[in-house]
Design a protein around this ligand. Sequence first.
Ligand SMILES: [Fe+2]
Ligand SMILES: [Fe+2]
Length: 163
Amino acid sequence: MTIQSLNDLFVHTLSDVYSAEVQLTRALPKMAQAATAEKLIEGFTQHLEETKGHIERLDQVIQALDGVELQNVTCVAMEGLIKEGEEIIQEVEQGPVRDAGLIVAAQKVEHYEISSYGSLMALAKNLGYDNVVSVLKNTLDEEKATDEKLTMLAEQQVNQHAA
Ligand SMILES: [Fe+2]
Ligand SMILES: [Fe+2]
């Protein structure tokens, strides 16, 4: 499918982020299982629930736009970011250093999502899709909060433990 209009680009970006969120619902349980610090396990588990909510919000966006049809795209960026997390699990034995590495991988994921939702919101605003902007913003805020929690967890606990 060719992308010609700004709307096409919006639909493409929406399809890409949908794929990213679905991939993440499969990766987060594995990351939780591979972690040791209780707070990190809790964090991954909580963000799994939020991520399911992000998919529900994307479904709301689709409905609000009269059932716009998603493209069949795989988010290859998320595939790569998840692979990096898997590498950490394979190469670092269970414990504080692996936890620190899992946070590195998870924050790359959150930053990718933050950028995706920021771009989607900008496109939605320009296209006059005002009814979906606040829905996207709710998810963006949760991605940012998750990123900040991971920073705190790294700085205040996990990295000190690993050092
Ligand atoms: Fe998300
Ligand atoms: Fe996220």
